[in-house]
Design a protein around this ligand. Structure first.
Ligand code: SF4
Length: 518
């Protein structure tokens, strides 16, 4: 095999391609975005697509799998929340062709609204989860995940974190294995989850779980690396690298398959070391499990539960070594540099007006979330993708039309398509009178300029139908829809004043291309 230096995300795309993957779908979200882009640009045999959101992406991948193709879906950790509904039920249907879900967690919340630890989702959905420790393993585990999926009739989650996704390392690359698309056999008892079918499938899942536990013990994905037995460390993901770097002589149980966990291996390891430590990022997922098996272990007492780990943190926690500062401590000498909108960003005109009018702004996820920061300081709530419009209606329900006349919802074009449309339907259906600003910058900008259904171009670079946002808003029952360029600030301000004063739902489509896209 040849080796090539690759990003973890590139290695995953390569691994899926080598495994003979036929269909790939996802929604952009840092730190997972590059996977599908790399796939679409380099491996044209795989039909790759951006879907409107993660739920649809998983449904497309699951459909392809059930039809007989090898398929995978990519998303960031909060995206898996959006896809949780199909995820939990496709756990019951199982697969035909292999189905792999790439989930990218973000310890440190470098580009996310939370630090949720999605190992819990694998456990809750009763799905096997692999947890690579390097770009090389990211590629290798992706290949293996397709085989596990078909062998055990289970979708398989490969969990990476930001540090794995965006680190580079040598990756073994091989040839593509051509895997024929399997025949689709009609089998409603397996693929139609009415209660009468779901109950026996639940039993099947529990049986498969026991077989997967056996696999977790013996496959080599989880392995003991014996060293000095005075101290034994159980670790996973990128933390494994930090442990090997800072505690090279200790014994290590490396967890590469984080669900189901290998009881016998854990017992064998824990019973032979004098002191047991667990080093893992975020929640005490392995630690709680090990303790439930009856072993004493030190974990979150000394390892932070919040944020990313670093070699320095691990070194200090396990060896008491205080890291020398790699850079001088300039704190207090130079001002911090918070993120900001690009110079000439179309959102800047919008937030200048919203600040001037002193409106309450229900915000959403995108570049425009930076409207919360100075110099605008003009965003007052924000939760998750697509939340702004529903929250805007909630504000009106709490305080009446007066609130609607003093507030707006702000949402980007891609986010509106992702999960804002149903909330706009709700606003109309439940007699809201609020104003929604769709900031249409003609691209999914924040994650790096991806196309979406409103841009008229697919991930594969083909021209396609361009979703007409104005027609869509009218179709769901909004009579007052204005399309305007926010750079004409005077006109934009007048329109905002008129629309918030109107006692019926209204949408302002603020249309101006992202300056980077221009
Ligand atoms: S990338 Fe585009 S939309 Fe985002 S801040 Fe920059 S100019 Fe604005």
């Amino acid at each position: 095999m040849n080796k090539k230096v690759m990003l973890g995300n590139e290695a995953i795309a390569r691994g899926a391609w080598e495994a003979g993957c036929h269909v790939a779908a996802g929604y952009p979200g840092t730190p997972s975005t590059e996977i599908l882009e790399y796939m679409a640009f380099n491996y044209r045999e795989v039909k790759s697509q951006w879907s409107p959101n993660e739920k649809v992406a998983l449904e497309v991948a699951a459909g392809a799998s059930i039809a007989g193709a090898r398929a995978f879906a990519t998303m960031k950790h909060v995206g898996l929340n959006v896809a949780a509904d199909p995820l939990f039920t496709f756990s019951y249907t199982g697969v035909n062709g292999g189905l792999v879900i790439i989930n990218a967690d973000d310890p440190g919340a470098w580009s996310s609204q939370n630090e949720q630890d999605n190992r819990h989702i694998a456990r809750a959905a009763k799905l096997p989860m692999l947890d690579p420790s390097s770009p090389a393993e990211a590629g290798e585990f992706t290949r293996i995940a397709f085989d596990i999926s078909e062998q055990f009739d289970r979708p398989v989650i490969v969990r990476i974190t930001t540090r794995i996704a965006h680190s580079q390392g040598p990756v073994e690359i091989g040839e593509r294995k051509e895997v024929p698309v399997r025949e689709f056999v009609r089998d409603p008892k397996k693929y139609v989850m009415i209660p009468a079918h779901a109950r026996p499938r639940h039993k099947f899942i529990e049986e498969q779980h026991l077989k997967l536990k056996e696999y977790s013990e013996t496959s080599g994905l989880n392995r003991i690396e014996w060293g000095d037995k005075k101290r034994g460390i159980i670790t996973n993901g990128v933390s494994y690298q930090y442990v090997k770097e800072t505690c090279p002589h200790d014994s290590v149980l490396k967890i590469g398959m984080v669900w189901p966990l290998p009881d016998a291996l854990i017992k064998e390891f824990a019973s032979q070391v004098d002191e047991l430590y667990i080093v893992e990022e975020l929640d005490p997922f392995i630690e709680d499990y090990v303790k439930a098996l009856g072993f004493k272990a030190t974990g979150k007492d000394i390892i932070p539960i919040c944020g990313e780990l670093t070699p320095e943190i691990v070194d200090y926690a396990l060896n008491g070594v205080k890291a020398a500062k790699s850079v001088p401590d300039y704190e207090g000498e130079i001002p911090g540099r918070p993120p900001g909108l690009c110079k000439g960003c179309p959102h800047a005109f919008v937030f200048g007006v919203l600040k001037k009018l002193d409106l309450v702004v229900n915000g959403d996820i995108g570049c425009y979330t930076l409207g919360v920061l100075p110099p605008y300081s003009a965003m007052h709530s924000q939760g998750c993708m697509g939340a702004s419009i529903g929250m805007h209606l909630g504000f009106e329900k709490a305080h009446g039309e007066k609130m609607a006349a003093n507030s707006v919802a702000v949402i980007g074009d891609s986010t509106f398509v992702h999960s804002g449309i149903t909330a706009l339907i709700d606003l109309v259906y439940n007699k809201g009178t609020g104003t929604v600003l769709i900031l249409d910058n003609r691209v999914t900008a924040m994650t790096g300029q991806q196309d979406n259904p409103a841009t008229g171009v697919t991930l594969m670079g083909e021209a396609t139908h361009e979703l007409d946002l104005e027609l869509l808003c009218r179709a769901v029952g909004v009579n007052r829809v204005v399309v305007t360029d926010p750079r004409d600030v005077e006109s934009f301000e007048r329109i905002v004043k008129e629309e918030v004063a109107a006692r019926e739902p209204s949408v302002i489509i603020s249309k101006r291309k992202c300056i980077l896209k221009r």
